[in-house]
Design a protein around this ligand. Structure first.
Ligand code: IPM
Ligand code: MG
Length: 355
């Protein structure tokens, strides 16, 4: 049955890298028995300029009616002065919330060919394979009240609310435990239970779910600051790291650098079974290199692979795409961010050549 993939290229390098992932879709359709039709919609700053808002109701409806959504990136200096609800990033948060994709899978995997591009020594990162499961639709990103108020005495007060309910914690923990069954069976859950009530609740709920439904999973709890330290000290001790929205944002960027480049890392945001997933490179819009055709398309191509695995019913083609990326790297193909000279399209050519 034909599946549908909505492309939301967005801003900065988003359109450049998404175009390369779209070439991979075309190739899989014509040569490898994939049956996916693509549509494209405006998103982020591009939508603000054309439609006045970063995510229109039509685009959200189209996303929810698709089998999968592949996003590029959002944001840029030209929109950074807008009020928060008018910024490109607000469109991304609205898309995540609107699609109810509460579990964000962020693999931080070190390709053998790139171990020397890491900021850490090869012996510390070689073979690194961490999977972050980041809660994506709750916590301080969404909590109310929020805002900046004028206290009238020359002072202003900025407020955000870090809030989680037990069901929000349990549903994302369940995703981590289910994934752990197919990996090492180990989950480290990171919070700040020593200073935050919501962190304590997180710890208690995750433990209770494990005790009730996942007795064979080895669960450890780690304070998020210690997790940051351990990530740069001995990252291979981790398999799955389960954490909240804000800590997940920060820790996954740190882990990404261990693997050599932000330009390599994909992500999948998943909701309830049977609902569409949202796939995005974890790198941002990189305005400094946008439009030059030098961005690394691998994170977008690998995000597509995750979409093939989790939403488009073709885990076999996901494996094939991931192997093609690894083979291209083994063959020496490199964009600038990973120490080479290849342009965006040429890097994708190298991947396609191995598909
Ligand atoms: C990410 C990004 C986003 C986030 C921004 C662009 C809103 O940093 O996906 O990691 O903070 O979630
Ligand atoms: Mg981030």
């Amino acid at each position: 049955m034909t599946k549908t993939l909505l492309l939301l290229p967005g801003d900065g390098i988003g359109p450049e890298v998404t175009a390369q992932a779209a070439r991979v879709v075309d190739r899989l359709n014509t040569h490898h028995g994939l049956d996916v039709t693509t549509a494209t919609a405006r998103f982020g700053g591009a939508a603000i300029d054309a439609d006045g808002v970063p995510l229109t109701a039509e685009t959200l409806a189209q996303a929810k009616a698709s089998d999968a959504v592949l996003m590029g990136a959002v944001g840029g200096p030209q929109w950074a002065k807008q009020a928060y609800d008018k910024r490109p990033e607000a469109g991304l948060l609205a898309l995540r919330a609107g699609m109810n994709v509460f579990a964000n899978l962020r693999p931080a995997k070190c390709f053998a060919a790139l171990a020397d591009a890491s900021s850490l020594k090869r012996e510390i990162v070689d073979g690194l394979d961490i999977l972050f499961v980041r809660e994506l639709t709750g916590g301080v990103y969404f909590g109310e009240p929020r805002g900046i108020e004028d206290l009238g005495n020359g002072e202003r007060r900025g407020v955000n609310t870090h809030v989680y309910t037990s069901s929000e914690i349990r549903r994302v923990a369940r995703v981590a435990f289910d994934l752990a069954k197919h990996r090492s069976g180990r989950v480290a859950s990171a919070e700040k239970a020593n200073v935050m009530e919501a962190g304590l609740l997180w710890r208690e709920e995750v433990q209770a779910l494990r005790d009730a439904d996942y007795p064979h999973i080895e669960l450890t709890h780690i304070l998020a600051d210690n997790a940051a330290m351990q990530l740069v000290k001995a990252p291979r001790q981790f398999d799955i790291i389960l954490t909240d929205n804000l800590f997940g944002d920060i820790l996954s960027d740190a882990a990404a650098m261990l693997t050599g480049s932000l330009g390599m890392l994909p992500s999948a945001a998943l909701g309830e079974a049977g609902t569409p997933g949202l796939y995005e490179p974890i790198h941002g819009s990189a305005p400094d290199i946008a439009g030059q055709g030098v961005a690394n398309p691998c994170a977008s191509i690998l995000s597509l692979a995750m979409g093939l695995r989790y939403s488009l019913g073709r885990p076999d083609l996901a494996d094939a795409v991931e192997s093609a990326v690894a083979a291209a790297l083994d063959g020496g193909a490199r964009t600038r961010d990973i120490g080479g000279m290849l342009a965006t399209a040429a890097m994708a050519d190298a991947v396609l050549a191995h598909l």
